[in-house]
Design a protein around this ligand. Structure first.
Ligand code: 5AD
Length: 359
């Protein structure tokens, strides 16, 4: 078969339905060619500092949900966060992503604002800075933007509000419409906006996944971070999936494959966005992130979290890189990029070209 650029929802579904190995290889190769032409064969790093696992949310799939009382909660001391940021800067990581569980209290908002200022200062403004700290008011997003953050990641998780409702408690604090409104606020303020979904969720259809890609287009999204759903054993969804036998090796392989197809089809549909090969791919396959790069992703997020806190930041089971220190992650990730034949955009922000071509 010859892969044609998808134009319609049906085209997206047709590509996401491919299963024959030869067809899949053609799909990945076509997406890689579109990546090479539109964003280059260059991989940009966003060093990921997971600085706290306190969370006010109770998402039914996530290992750091507030009702998981097996989790030992931590806040990374400020000096340690800054030391990690300095390490990333000295190692020529062009940008950092600062991530934590969600909190909305004034102390947290002030703290993040101060961190943004300090990280910008220690790098003379040179480190790019992405925030990934959940749903906030437009005013809070604006404060952080004015402090120097210029990108924000907030996954929509799924474009289907009914499916979203099955994944979150019905307590008035986990609303799909609020999540969407946050993405709109971020765009209004001027952030480069990133979103994404989880792939292979119980009850998710190919139509839902096609709609996720259409939502990225309709919301004029700049950056996409999506990955397969991975079971966490002490969560309501994880327990249900385990109990129904839906986490077999074959099922995991299907979720990985669907994750790779989503990267490839998104690249074909939205050639100029940044797409990350996320850690969850590697939780399901030792070479998951390389496969993501070969299917059209152009961003990697090497973990720069303080080593002693890594075992406490487990959103899902079998998370890779938990026993490693940043130096190991750097070497390991560089080898992964080289094996694909891409180069690393050291010292560069690697902005999404889409941001400069917005509607
Ligand atoms: N499997 C895969 N991804 C997960 N996330 C949270 N829990 C899981 C899981 N069990 C993702 C969500 C969230 C991001 C920070 O991590 O998409 O937005």
């Amino acid at each position: 078969m010859k892969i044609k650029p998808p134009k319609t929802r049906d085209d997206l579904i047709a590509l996401l339905s491919l299963t024959e190995p030869d067809d899949l290889q053609e799909l990945y190769d076509a997406a890689y060619a579109v990546k090479a032409e539109n964003v280059g064969r260059v991989v940009y790093y966003r060093g990921l500092i997971e600085f706290s696992n306190y969370c006010i949310k109770d998402c039914k799939y996530c290992g750091i949900r507030k009702s998981n009382d097996e989790v030992e909660r931590f806040d990374t001391p400020r000096e340690d966060i800054l030391a990690m940021a300095r390490w990333a800067y000295e190692n020529k990581y062009g940008s950092l992503t600062i991530q934590s569980g969600e909190r909305q209290d004034e102390a947290f908002i002030d703290y993040v604002e101060g961190l943004v200022r300090d990280i910008k200062e220690l790098s003379d403004g040179k480190l790019g800075l992405t925030l990934c700290v959940g749903e906030q008011t437009e005013e809070t997003y604006r404060r952080w933007f004015e402090a120097g953050a210029h990108r924000y990641l907030l996954r929509i998780e799924t474009s289907n509000p009914a499916l979203y409702a099955t994944l979150h408690p019905d307590d008035g604090h986990h609303k799909w419409q609020v999540r969407k409104a946050c993405l709109e606020s971020l765009r209004r303020i001027g952030y480069q906006v990133g979103t994404g979904d989880m792939i292979g969720l119980p009850g998710q259809t190919l139509g839902d996944l096609a709609d996720d890609i259409l939502l990225y287009r309709d919301m004029d999204i700049d950056m996409i971070g999506m990955g397969p759903y991975v079971v966490h054993h002490n969560t309501p969804i994880g327990k249900a999936v385990l109990a129904s036998g839906m986490d077999s090796k074959e099922e995991q392989k299907r979720r990985l494959e669907m994750g790779l197809k989503m990267i490839a089809v998104t690249r074909l549909f939205l050639p100029d966005v940044n797409i990350a090969a996320t850690t969850a791919l590697q939780a399901l396959h030792p070479l998951g992130r390389e496969l993501g790069l070969k299917a059209g992703a152009n961003v990697l997020m090497p973990i720069v979290t303080v080593p002693k806190f890594r075992p406490q930041y487990l959103l899902y089971d079998n998370k890779p890189c938990v026993d490693e220190v940043p130096e190991q992650c750097k070497n390991c990730i560089s080898a992964r990029v080289a094996s694909v034949g891409d180069t690393i955009g050291f010292g560069q922000w690697g902005d999404s070209p889409h941001f400069f071509h917005r509607k």
